[in-house]
Ligand binder design. Structure first.
Ligand code: NAG
Ligand code: NAG
Ligand code: NAG
Length: 194
């Protein structure tokens, strides 16, 4: 049996579309949580060098908690890749706070899922802080935790996880504004699977 020219081209077309969908789904698996906040803009996606994955992280937290200080809690997240250079990726950084201790997955494991501790936006409050802290699970299920800031509540872990590791991130950050701005710094983050 021979196929007509038109049914052959339809078949080729369908195969190409299927392949494109499979590749794009493969290229960008994103994991996210639903308690992120919406101030600021999404930064650029930063990804570990080819063949490497994120095996540890550190956060920058504004830990100052005194009257009249406009707290912004979690400002920045830095992922450490396991390429030979030990590259780090951050997407948009916040402007204040101190870099906390690096947390590492057990040897041979990578970051795979996360959850956020968030103080939900309250229009009646003049000092919102948005994201306060982050925890990661590694590919072996172990938990990485640095206390960070403690306002708000922990949300659910990302419904999806990166079975072969997290390879990059994109942060949503409200940049430092003028003296009349209620600064919240990091509002949300998405991670990209390897
Ligand atoms: C992160 O990478 C930058 C270069 O991109 C480097 O200057 C900096 O020292 C690194 N930070 C850490 C904590 O490794
Ligand atoms: C990085 O870690 C992952 C997960 O442990 C591993 O599969 C990969 O081979 C490592 N890459 C390098 C360059 O060490
Ligand atoms: C992540 O770690 C938490 C705390 O140990 C655990 O309850 C949860 O099941 C882990 N999730 C995954 C996907 O490993």
């Amino acid at each position: 049996m021979t196929m007509s020219r038109s049914s052959t081209s339809v078949l080729v077309f369908v195969l190409v579309i299927a392949l494109l969908l499979a590749c794009s789904a493969d290229a960008l698996k994103i994991i996210s949580v639903d308690n992120g906040q919406v101030q600021g803009t999404w930064g650029k996606l930063e990804i570990c060098p080819d063949g490497s994955s994120a095996i540890g992280y550190q956060t920058q937290n504004d830990l100052l908690d005194v009257p009249l200080h406009d707290k912004s809690a979690l400002n920045s997240i830095r992922l450490f890749c396991n390429d030979t250079q030990g590259t780090n990726v951050t997407s948009t950084l916040g402007d204040t706070g101190t870099w906390e201790l690096r947390q590492n997955c057990p040897r041979g494991e990578s970051l795979s899922s996360f959850r956020l501790r968030v103080q939900p936006f309250d229009s009646a409050s003049s000092d919102n802080t948005a994201v306060n802290s982050i925890q990661f699970n590694c590919t072996d299920g172990s938990l990485l935790n640095f206390n960070g800031n403690t306002a708000g509540n922990w949300g659910e872990f990302s419904a999806d996880q990166c079975e072969t590791g997290i390879c990059g991130l994109e942060t949503r950050v409200l940049p430092l504004g003028g003296t009349l701005t209620d600064n919240t710094a990091l509002n949300d983050v998405d991670f990209i699977c390897c």
